[in-house]
Design a protein around this ligand. Structure first.
Ligand SMILES: C[S@@+](CC[C@H](N)C(=O)[O-])C[C@H]1O[C@@H](n2cnc3c(N)ncnc32)[C@H](O)[C@@H]1O
Length: 296
């Protein structure tokens, strides 16, 4: 069965494979998500009845002319990148989310947020850091520029919202397919008379060159996980000029915070250069990553 949905011209064509007739309603709800969030994605939908083992997935990817999405028998949506299925898989973070606190999560030491906080994760990616941020009770607006990634996030939120013990956390995540700079610009142009729009923290985890993942002791390149490898096919690191704009406009967003001190937290590989060469107010690090805090 092939079914092409009509959406605006700059849309990305994606092949959506599903594995059982009984998934028709899941396929429909994916299309509904695309329409509701105006994602520029055209799904070319196909039911596959053959077994999709690793070898077959790799073959499919090598011959594909468009990204392939797979809705598996458990209704989990993944993106087949070089034959490997990559998906947000938020359920795998359950233990970290439940026990997340400033002792266990360096990000939360840096972020210093509470249940009253409003946070923007401006580079949502697979949403893993957003989940840790939202575990505090904070409201997290997740910005993701890549429509395909935004669809994976929305589908994951929908899937996880069906599980009773995840519902509250899911309701605190607000996913938007947009470029962070345009979003910041729109906020910075609004006058913030409305307290509910005040942002306490902006989190930035932009792409960085694949070779900047280095072990701080050996100086050798650390292995990049499959999620990051896949992301490198979609998104590139910002230029120095883009880094400057991103940091400056994020700082402008949190400076609308009135009496409270806002902060921008930037995630980097442990030994990577500073974002936009800007000296942070404080840094937190372990062997792998560094969080640079810019207090405003
Ligand atoms: C390194 S990944 C973030 C990983 C994420 N922290 C996580 O926990 O999964 C960077 C992501 O930010 C997105 N991104 C980069 N620049 C962006 C921008 N200006 N606006 C919105 N999203 C952006 C990329 O498409 C990519 O998905």
């Amino acid at each position: 069965m092939t079914n092409v949905k009509h959406v605006p011209t700059a849309a990305i064509n994606c092949q959506l494979l599903y594995v059982s007739q009984t998934q028709a309603s899941q396929v429909e709800s994916l299309q509904a998500l695309i329409a509701e969030h105006a994602l520029p994605i055209i799904l070319n939908i196909e039911l596959v009845t053959e077994k999709l083992n690793q070898k077959r997935r790799q073959q499919l990817c090598h011959t594909a002319t468009q990204p392939i999405l797979l809705l598996d028998e458990k209704d989990k949506l993944s993106w087949l990148s070089d034959g490997l299925g990559v998906a947000p898989e938020w359920d795998k973070l359950q233990r970290r989310v439940v026990s997340a606190g400033r002792k266990s999560e360096l990000l939360l030491q840096a972020a210093k947020i509470t249940a009253d906080s409003r946070v923007i994760d401006a580079t949502a990616g697979f949403g893993h850091d957003s989940l840790i941020l939202a575990s505090t009770g904070a409201q997290v607006t997740m910005l993701e520029q890549q429509p395909l990634m935004a669809l994976l996030l929305l589908a994951e939120q929908q899937r996880m919202s069906a599980l009773a013990n995840w519902q509250k956390l899911m309701s605190r995540l607000h996913i938007i397919n947009t470029d962070a700079l345009s979003y910041f610009e729109s906020i910075n142009n609004e006058s913030v008379a409305d307290n509910s729009k005040i942002v306490d923290m902006v989190y930035l985890d932009p792409m960085f060159p694949e070779d900047s993942y280095q072990d701080s002791k050996t100086g050798k390149g650390a292995k990049v996980g499959k999620h990051m490898q896949a992301l490198h096919q979609l998104a590139s690191p910002p230029t120095l000029d883009e880094e400057r704009q991103l940091l400056q406009s994020a700082q402008a967003v949190v400076s609308q915070n009135g009496q409270k001190q806002g902060r921008v937290i930037v995630k980097r590989p442990q030994s990577a250069p500073l974002l936009a060469h800007q000296q942070p107010s404080e840094s937190w690090h372990n062997e792998a990553v560094r969080f640079d805090g810019y207090f405003v």
